[in-house]
Design a protein around this ligand. Structure first.
Ligand code: FAD
Length: 313
């Protein structure tokens, strides 16, 4: 099926894609977002099972930049954004509804098609042709690509220049266990621990964080080294090692657990610049946390900068 030509298509409805789409829409463009996920938000992911709620991607976010700070200030006092704790003189924010609430809110009113996996992108004279896994074709003159960079490089035959500039960007992997506890956890207030001891990276008590539930849910994130080494190890074995390592902080028996693998968790290196614009017609810009900084705030600022670059063209 061939879809009608769009003004602008954004691939990826994580924070970068949503911020870009909102900025372009506010400037009067009609924008369509495509995302392979079942819902928007990408790595700002939340779920619940067995009475417990979990954030299993980003655990919190900073708001250092005045532009992002203004957006977050607008949400304070609502269930979308709330200060969680201060560390090193800086506030870490979370969402009491789960981190996915912020992207859900930013998505409100935008045209988004989820469960659409882009398989390839081709240049066809002055248009981008976006071919999905199901063989559907979307077309646009303006394309914003916000998937993790290695995935973006797989979608399109970029020039050698682009590959030289972006080809070295790699991401840490991260194995995550979501554990439901019979009672309270032993993670001290405020419910977040950065663990410097292998195989763990962080432990978060989602209930202390403010995510309501009948049961306590603890998110255990493994270190990059452990995650890389155990990527293909059966999940039961991974869970048993991570739960054993986390036991001193769990404090009560684990009744259920689930597992998630993040192939692209956070960029190891970032590009020196908030976006990567490819000059010429049709227009293309890449954005995401590999450009704005390896965090939620960086992704958001990258999306806005990419959109502003397009609007200046
Ligand atoms: C385990 C973990 C913990 C983290 N902890 C923190 C933290 O505490 N604080 C912090 O600030 N940051 C944290 N981060 C990083 C933060 O989540 C990211 O920096 C930010 O969410 C990236 O946003 P993005 O829009 O650039 O990318 P993403 O959120 O990854 O969005 C990209 C989107 O592209 C879509 N996509 C990919 N390929 C295709 C395709 N072929 N077709 C269609 N759609 C596609 C994906 O489904 C996704 O929705 C963490 C990340 C992880 C995974």
């Amino acid at each position: 099926m061939n879809h009608p030509v769009e003004d602008c298509i954004v691939i990826g409805a994580g924070l970068a894609g949503l911020a870009a789409a909102r900025t372009l829409e506010n400037a009067g463009l009609s924008v369509l977002l495509l995302d392979k996920g079942r819902r928007v938000g990408g790595r700002m992911a939340s779920r619940h099972f067995q009475g417990a709620h979990f954030d299993y991607g980003a655990q919190f976010f900073s708001a250092r930049d005045p532009e992002f700070r203004r957006v977050i200030d607008g949400f304070l006092g609502t269930a979308v954004a709330s200060p969680w704790f201060d560390r090193d003189g800086e506030t870490r924010y979370c969402s009491p509804l789960g981190m996915n609430a912020l992207p859900q809110f930013l998505a409100d009113g935008l045209r988004i098609r989820c469960e659409v996996t882009v398989a390839a992108i081709r240049r066809d004279q002055h248009l981008w042709r976006i071919v999905t896994e199901n063989g559907e074709v979307y077309s646009t003159e303006i394309l914003v690509l916000t998937t993790p960079v290695p995935q973006a490089l797989d979608l399109l035959e970029f020039s050698e220049q682009v590959r030289n500039d972006l080809g070295a960007i790699e991401y840490h992997r991260c194995l995550a266990i979501m554990a439901v506890l019979e009672g309270d956890s032993a993670i001290p207030a405020p419910g977040f621990l950065r663990v410097t001891q292998e195989p763990l990276q962080t432990l978060s008590d989602n209930r202390q964080k403010g995510l309501e539930g009948d049961a306590t849910g603890v998110t255990i994130l493994a270190s990059p080294a452990f995650s890389l080494l155990h990527w293909d190890v059966p999940k039961e074995e991974v869970a048993s090692q991570l739960l054993a390592a986390a036991a001193p902080w769990l404090g009560s028996p684990v009744t259920h657990w689930r597992y998630h693998r993040w192939r692209y968790s956070q960029p190891v290196q970032t590009f020196d610049g908030r976006y990567y614009g490819v000059e010429g017609s049709p227009l293309l810009v890449l954005a995401g946390d590999a450009f704005g900084g390896p965090r939620v705030e960086g992704a958001f600022l990258s999306g806005i900068a990419a959109a502003n670059w397009l609007l200046a063209k």
